[in-house]
Design a protein around this ligand. Structure first.
Ligand SMILES: [Zn+2]
Length: 242
């Protein structure tokens, strides 16, 4: 079992390099005893980067969770037992962290203002999309949502990450948009992302430590997906003009 170094708290999301031991190898991949690379999942893309060891280095082109955490390499494969240094492509990861944390804000705001639940999301390298249902958002509503998300960013709310028992989560402030019945009952302890008590949501992704780091968002497009589902696309912007 690979220890996921980015899981315990918000600060661990900022680990860019780490040391680990090779447990197993395959034709094009390695399994480590610990990793800070995020494996693709939950709408967040895989990290990429480099692993290096005494005598070599290879590019990490994809990380997947298939029971084990598989690091797919381009280049030579180190031997089992080797100690390696992993380095994450930080620019990409940090972009994912900001886009993903922004998604929590969009989800919270759309629920608060319109009662719409988040039913899907996907992060890309420089934009993101999130699906809401049931909603009937107008272009004006979108501007209100964008303004509210940017207000929460401008207020620089701290974000904390911790574990909570699923039976306790229902009573916590800010969890109203979460449908716990969608999470398998066998999972008793959940990793919770808490945006300053405003939004509390179980999630296994990576996040920034403060909403202010996102700096600003702009909705670029909206699509109707069937009768009662809408897809909203957004990007990060450096400053908010309003
Ligand atoms: Zn998340």
């Amino acid at each position: 079992m690979t220890e996921l170094l980015y899981m315990p708290d918000t600060e661990s999301n900022y680990i860019r390099s780490f040391q680990a031991k090779i447990l197993f190898t395959g034709r094009d991949h390695v399994v480590l005893d610990r990793t800070a690379f995020y494996p693709e999942g939950g709408g967040q893309p895989s990290d990429t980067g480099i692993i290096s060891w005494d005598g070599g280095s290879s590019r990490v082109i994809k990380v997947e969770k298939k029971g084990k955490v598989i690091h797919r390499l381009e280049g030579s494969i180190p031997d089992p037992g080797a100690i390696v240094t992993g380095e994450i492509n930080w620019d990409n990861r940090y972009e994912h962290m900001k886009l993903h944390t922004a998604q929590h804000l969009f989800s919270a705001v759309v629920y608060d203002l319109f009662g719409g639940k988040t039913v899907g999301n996907q992060i890309y390298s420089d934009y993101s999309r999130v699906d809401f249902r049931p909603v009937n958002l107008s272009a004006e509503d979108i501007l209100d949502i964008q303004a509210e998300v940017n207000r929460l960013i401008g207020e620089e709310h701290p974000i904390s990450v911790y574990k909570a028992h699923r039976d306790d989560i229902g009573d916590m402030e800010g969890v109203n948009r979460v449908d716990l019945s969608l999470i398998p009952g066998s999972i008793r302890e959940l990793r919770v992302i808490d945006i300053d008590g405003y939004d509390v949501c179980p999630c296994a992704g990576t996040h920034v430590r403060n909403t202010g780091e996102i700096r600003g968002v702009e909705v670029t497009r909206m699509e109707n997906k069937g009768r009662d589902k809408q897809r909203v696309y957004y990007e990060l912007i450096d400053s908010v003009s309003e």
